[in-house]
Design a protein around this ligand. Structure first.
Ligand code: BMP
Length: 215
């Protein structure tokens, strides 16, 4: 159940709730980000928490340490279980997030590389360094792109078996479940589910694929 994370990137809470109603017994973790929060407000987090979901706040935090700390603290106070942060800003910025997450008993996911073609320009070239920052800081959770299965495997080797890796890019962006689950513990899917004519059937199919891939 928790190998599939739903990315609720709609800008309308009613539409998200409509999808969630159809897939509520199939998923237990929702990733929300700027599209939903900037349209409907940060209270979305507590609304999903009240419905019983784990909430990952995908705010891709990438600022100076002092500001990062504030962003993480407020996000956790609003009820998020986890926050996604960028590593390219450097170790001190990541450490600020890690420290507050630890203090508040919350989770942090570090973005090591991304799934879009433009990530090759800067991020991909530094992904191993970013993974090392994560290891040095004792970070357990990471985001790796399903569109780059070869790099995914390489970075997973650096991170080790203890790491928990989530991976977006399945479906619309071209990533494949089977290849992704060779380096990732869970996949993130947005559009393939919420743009589907039948979100429930689509989600069931995704879960079948996941189960086949790990069996
Ligand atoms: P979709 O399944 O619609 O492609 O959505 C993927 C989700 O994962 C989006 O919320 C996107 O912002 C996020 N994401 C990504 O696609 N690639 C990354 O490298 C990192 C992400 O967080």
């Amino acid at each position: 159940k928790n190998k599939l994370i739903f990315a609720a990137d709609l800008d309308n809470l009613d539409e998200v709730n409509n999808i969630l109603n159809q897939i509520s017994n199939l998923i237990n973790t929702v990733k929300i980000g700027y599209p939903l929060v900037l349209s409907e407000g940060i209270e979305c987090i507590s609304k999903f928490k009240n419905l019983g979901y784990n909430v990952i706040a995908d705010f891709k935090v990438a600022d100076i340490p002092a500001t990062n700390k504030k962003i993480c603290k407020i996000t956790f106070e609003k009820g998020a279980d986890a926050i996604i942060v960028h590593g390219f800003v450097g170790k001190d910025s990541v450490k600020a997030c890690k420290d507050i997450a630890k203090k508040m008993n919350k989770e942090l996911f570090l973005v090591v590389d991304m799934s879009h073609p433009g990530s090759r320009q800067f991020l991909e070239k530094n992904s191993k360094e970013i993974a090392k920052i994560g290891l040095e800081l004792g970070i357990k959770n990471y985001v790796l792109p399903s569109t780059k299965p070869k790099i995914g495997l390489e970075i997973r080797k650096i991170l080790g078996d203890e790491a928990f890796v989530i991976s977006p890019g399945i479906g619309v962006q071209g990533g494949e479940i089977k290849k992704t689950l060779k380096f990732a513990d869970a996949i993130i899917v947005g559009r393939s589910i919420y743009q589907s004519k039948d979100p429930m059937t689509t989600t069931k199919k995704l879960i079948n694929h996941i189960n086949l891939a790990i069996s």
